[in-house]
Design a protein around this ligand. Structure first.
Ligand code: FES
Length: 239
């Protein structure tokens, strides 16, 4: 019989949960990206659709979806998750690797994962656009207002910002190359940013999950509003 692991605890439970959750989230994201309708309601716009731009019948989301996809795909935390979930490489700690041993990210195609340090810059640009849409969601027909929708979008923007700025590549950029933080005011400032980054970086995986769930909740909420399934509680009273 194949001896997968000597572990006696239900190590496979985490594998089942992570794999199921990741599959559901990826499935939903793929579906939402190619829908091309019901992504806007009143001042609210789905985070999957930050641009009002399309060609023909193409969904506007397909012009930018590759940025968050490549950013998350190459993220050090998500690599850990999908290496375990889909590649079983290995499926858990102290579990046999199957079907082959992990040999790092030195060969094609895995070597491409090292481009994460560049995708983080694209993610930051997208983050600015995301925040612009969030601010925009507080104004409708020239009037400022508060609603459940803009609270959800605000929460989403905050957690995505924390996820992006807790990135390991950014942490290296802020302080990983520096031998001495006390040399100049510039390196001292870098040290402060690095310390702040480290606080969130220690829980990078949690922010990765929260930000993934929040973007889906925001998209789903706006879709349900657009389809008339639910109504938004807000100070405008109607849209
Ligand atoms: S390591 Fe996860 S976003 Fe950079």
């Amino acid at each position: 019989m194949l001896n997968i692991s000597e572990r006696k605890d239900p190590w496979w439970l985490e594998w089942v949960l992570m794999t199921s959750a990741l599959t559901v989230f990826m499935g939903y994201s793929g579906w939402a990206t190619f829908q091309g309708n019901n992504y806007q309601f009143g001042p609210y716009r789905s985070p999957f659709y930050p641009f009002d731009f399309s060609i023909g019948n193409l969904s506007p989301a397909i012009f930018i979806f590759w940025i968050p996809v490549l950013f998350r795909l190459t993220c050090y935390y998500w690599r850990n998750i999908y290496y375990r979930s889909y590649l079983l490489d290995p499926a858990g700690c102290a579990v046999n690797e199957f079907p082959r041993g992990y040999d790092g990210e030195r060969k094609f195609p895995f070597v491409l994962l090292n481009f994460h340090r560049y995708f983080v810059y694209l993610a930051i640009v997208l983050l600015f656009i995301h925040w612009k849409e969030t601010f925009h969601s507080f104004t409708y027909q020239g009037r400022f207002g508060l609603g459940v929708g803009n609270m959800i979008l605000l929460f989403d923007s905050v957690v995505i910002t924390i996820y992006v700025f807790s990135c390991h590549a950014l942490r290296h950029l802020f302080g990983g190359r520096v031998r001495k933080f006390s040399c100049s005011s510039c390196t001292k400032l870098g040290h402060s940013v690095w310390k702040l980054n480290t606080i969130f970086n220690e829980r990078h995986g949690i922010w990765a999950w929260i930000s993934l769930v929040s973007v889906i909740v925001a998209d789903l909420y706006i879709r349900l509003l657009a389809q008339g399934v639910i109504t938004d509680i807000n100070t405008w009273r109607n849209f």
